[in-house]
Design a protein around this ligand. Structure first.
Ligand code: IPD
Ligand code: CA
Ligand code: CA
Length: 252
């Protein structure tokens, strides 16, 4: 069976947009919040609710695909088949704090290759999307990485908040980049950091530890926008576990 990725991404877009309403309409006063691996690692009833909606919706869109999500039980990735890799709310701490920088991230993998990705920021109603080989878009408009050198760069970073042992190295790198670039930002959503690089709003993003659901969709969006995404050591990213990440335009 040949899969029409354009039709598929349109359907996923509608599903994700609907889930965005859950974020916008959440009752923060009464929301149930649990702690996962440590005090900084939170999950709310809305993370779980959106993951469930995505799981059910994606099953209808592509029944044969496996499902890997941040919250709850997941399938194993297979070497050849389709799999959705999903973060129901990327930027949960921002969501809990009502900081208005969070996103829903959905990637479709064929084997170990991301073939389609969507990152949706409901607060700005911005839908970033990409299909492998067909470019990257924001709300249907083509986007591209910037061509600014590091000296003129906005550098984004993630603080790997769930492993404080990484803080020293992280902030040493931040110090180094701060001295070489225009300025530094830490937004609280790895998926949106990647989309900012893809859209040329920033030139570089790095983080010492992220999980596949944080970067799967954003990685394709950056690459389709002309950027480069690897581990900090320059190795290709895999989807088997946690990894470091650096995404940048093709000049730096
Ligand atoms: C986190 C965010 C944050 C990044 C962390 C991620 P979550 O995802 O993307 O920006 O620094 O590494 O785990 O937990 O909010 O889905
Ligand atoms: Ca995440
Ligand atoms: Ca999450």
């Amino acid at each position: 069976m040949v899969i029409d990725l354009t039709e598929l991404i349109n359907e996923i877009g509608l599903l994700v947009k609907n889930c965005g309403k859950v974020i916008l309409n959440a009752d923060r006063e009464k929301m149930a919040i649990d702690i996962k691996s440590g005090v900084a690692d939170l999950v709310t009833e809305y993370d779980k609710n959106i993951q469930e909606q995505l799981k059910n919706g994606l099953k209808k869109i592509l029944p044969e695909a496996k499902f890997i999500g941040e919250e709850g039980s997941s399938d194993e990735l297979s070497d050849n088949g389709f799999a959705f890799v999903v973060d129901p709310i990327d930027g949960t701490t921002n969501f809990v704090k009502d900081f208005h920088i969070s996103a829903i991230s959905v990637a479709l993998l064929k084997g170990r290759d991301v073939v389609a990705g969507i990152v949706y920021n409901p607060y700005l109603d911005e839908m970033f999307s990409a299909i492998k080989g067909q470019g990257a878009f924001c709300n249907g408009k083509k986007i591209a990485v910037s061509s600014q050198p590091l000296s003129n760069a906005l550098v984004l970073f993630g603080s790997s908040p769930y492993d404080k042992a990484l803080a020293k190295k992280t902030f040493e790198l931040v110090f180094e980049y701060f001295n070489k670039a225009l300025d530094i930002r830490r937004c609280g959503s790895a998926a949106l950091d990647l989309c900012s690089v893809a859209a040329g709003r920033a030139e570089l993003y790095f983080e010492l530890q992220v999980s596949p659901w944080d970067f799967a969709a954003g990685k394709l969006i950056v690459e389709e926008a002309g950027g480069v995404v690897t581990s900090l050591e320059g190795a290709p990213l895999t989807f088997d576990g946690k990894t470091s990440i650096i995404a940048k335009n093709n000049v730096i």
